[in-house]
Design a protein. Sequence first.
Length: 154
Amino acid sequence: MTTPQIRRDAAIAVLRILLGVLFLYASLGKITDPTAFASSVTAYDIVGGHAALFLATVLPWVEALCGVGLILGLFWRGSAFLTILMLAQFTAVVLYALWRGLDISCGCYTQDPAAERLGWWKIGENAILLVVATLVLRHPRAILALDRVLRRSL
């Protein structure tokens, strides 16, 4: 491998790990208080009741598993793909809330209703994260990844 390839592989590994840390961090508060996250979900006025509670219970665990997968490099392609799907869905929901003029907090990292309100910055943040997740998914190999170790041992 040439030096530019090694640098590119290392940069993608760093991006993969940072994306994983972000998703794991975002999931923790939601996992510990699904009822508060259900209130955040309900504030978007798309689903409510049992559907909101179901989403608030399941979605954070998917975020956490994807985060761990990205950090460890274990099933990292699947984790990156699911991350892209979640980010696309999150972005669509935020766009819908902005279009409807809802004055709500995101519910992404905190469930505090007084937290920073939704804005176009969130669309920009999600766009950047989508680019990062796509770079990770499309990269042909992963360094600092358990997948490599497991493949060698099989």
